[in-house]
Ligand binder design. Sequence first.
Ligand SMILES: [Zn+2]
Length: 695
Amino acid sequence: MPSTSASTPNPLLATWTGPFGLPPFDRIRPEHFAPALAEAMRQHLAELDAIGAQQEPPTFDNTVAAVDRAGALLYRLEAVLGNLTASETSPALQAVQRDMAAPLAAHDSAVKMHAGVFKRLDALHAQRASLGLTPEALRLLERLHEDAVRSGARFDAAAQARYSAIMQELATLTTRFAQNVLADESSYLLHLNSEADLAGLPGFVRAAARQAAAERGLPEGSHVVTLNRSLIVPFLTFSERRDLREAAWRAWVERGESAGATDNRALTRQILQLRQQQAAAHGCASYADYALADTMAGEQGAVRQLLTEVWRRALPAAERERQALIAMMRTHQVQGEPQAWDWRYWSEKVRQARYAIDEAELKPYFSLDNMVQALFDCAQRLFGVRFEPRPEVKAYHPDVKAYEMFDGSGRSAGLFLHDNFARQSKRSGAWMSDFNYQSKNRGVPAPIIVNNNNFAKAAPGEPTLLSFDDARTLFHEFGHGLHGLLSNVTYHRLAGTQVLRDFVELPSQLFEHWLSQPEVLARHAHHWQTGEPIPQALIDRLQAAQRWGQGYDTVSYLGSALVDLALHARTDEAAPDDICVFEREELARLGMPPAVGMRHRLVHFQHVFAGSSYACGYYVYLWAEVLDADAFGAFEEVGNPFDAEVAARLHRHIYAVGDTVPPQQAYTDFRGRLPALEPLLSKRGLLEGENLAGA
Ligand SMILES: [Zn+2]
């Protein structure tokens, strides 16, 4: 590899001529980032200095719209770095990420606290009602002002310096937290060395374990279990080897807790202390008070009320499921209580017995290719958009597929990158991100949107078969993707998914509903070998089986959400000495069944500690589920999941508006009223009088 010299221009700073302005991935090397980011930060500050130094009195155009345009280069560079470190990282890129975390955080503080700019924003904000602004322009002014105030723009110089230091340290620590989790995940392998080790595993799990071994260069015929959710969950579901299930489960839940270089316990303590200082700087008693002020929920009480209401109903449901597991164990002459590493195994046995359904029978109908077609078909029927493969578009990894989106009038309206497979260089989980959002103010006509999944890749020449849960994840992320792709706003700050964080899961969770529509399944869930559509009887059993396991799912999710809330609602300055003790005590206080446990334990809880945007924010999935369950009712009420009139309202008021409209208003514009709680409880089988788990 040639090294960068003064004579070879930095490709990050050259004009990107790829389709939709995609960066030249093949020429970008880790050492290009530091100088390019430094230059982009310098340009951004120069733009703000110019705005602040104007002699003319502040106007919307010379200040608010100008601030929204500033920093466009930095935004694109940070998007490239963020996407690469999440999806295709390397030790060199991780070093860049660590080295740049503090300077980028310092820059963000300098931008939000920019005295000259804030003075003008603040003056305009004070007269905002009389400026004659359009609703979107008014919203932009309010959001930029709020961003600045929440970042310390009103503090005196000494307090600003302290605050900026806190933010830099937080950025560094949360970066290390995420890298530690990735290291623990990619270093673990459970070798399955014999037929006895493979006992109970259906063909698709064996194939995934073989493929994982092949990707790690192990001899042909080797099988390994990794900590990738798409592999370990089916292993825990099917392996008859209780000892191996226990070993794999322990490794999975202890990520981030192993003593040594990747131990996250001390890091979380430091992060919590800094967050407490951050909250105190704003006059808040707890980080929860600070974080929740700028959400739809608004304050702790509303969040706690929702979580505890559902928790109260979910605990008995989980207990009924546990009793069913025990009964199933007895029919297999197994004594004792189910442990955490047993739950999925016996739960699957109950599911098979009650609903005559098993994963191995379902998966052939859910090939990845067919489900991708289902995504595009649903998007077309709902929103009139069309997706076309663009195989010539090369992204950052050969597995990434590119599609061009055309809107209803045939206009090229976005680039969609689909990155579906797990690899060691990718973080776990599933997420949507962007390389750029659409924004008229920045002259960006069409966005570049990415969906990441972590499906276990099939062997070459074989189709990737998804579980129903995997297919749901695919739909979920594509719902976020559409929120980015359909965005039709003027200002960058308000585009796409940059909405209040307890609203952001509405478009994604809502889109999941279409996967389980019988007509979607009949049209797309075709057997990969025979091409036969999934039989109606199997759809019926699949629908019925969806109700099974809701107690477990709800309790494990809520366990994480409630501990997240409790952790950040503390008002004491000192963080808990040992975060694992805090977690254990909090779970005991809540009455968490030990065999269920948290979906994400604190030591590897990336939502909470791999950054701060979801800290005290794990509740948002349930919050948004109240919205999505109620929202889908609009289609159910007219008896057609593709009703054109309802879909047009959904497109216009939810998927296209970004943050141009306050969330309560956007929802009311779509639904005609605010949401009710009952549809969520009904969806999860938790309404009073329902006893589905025991039925
Ligand atoms: Zn989501």
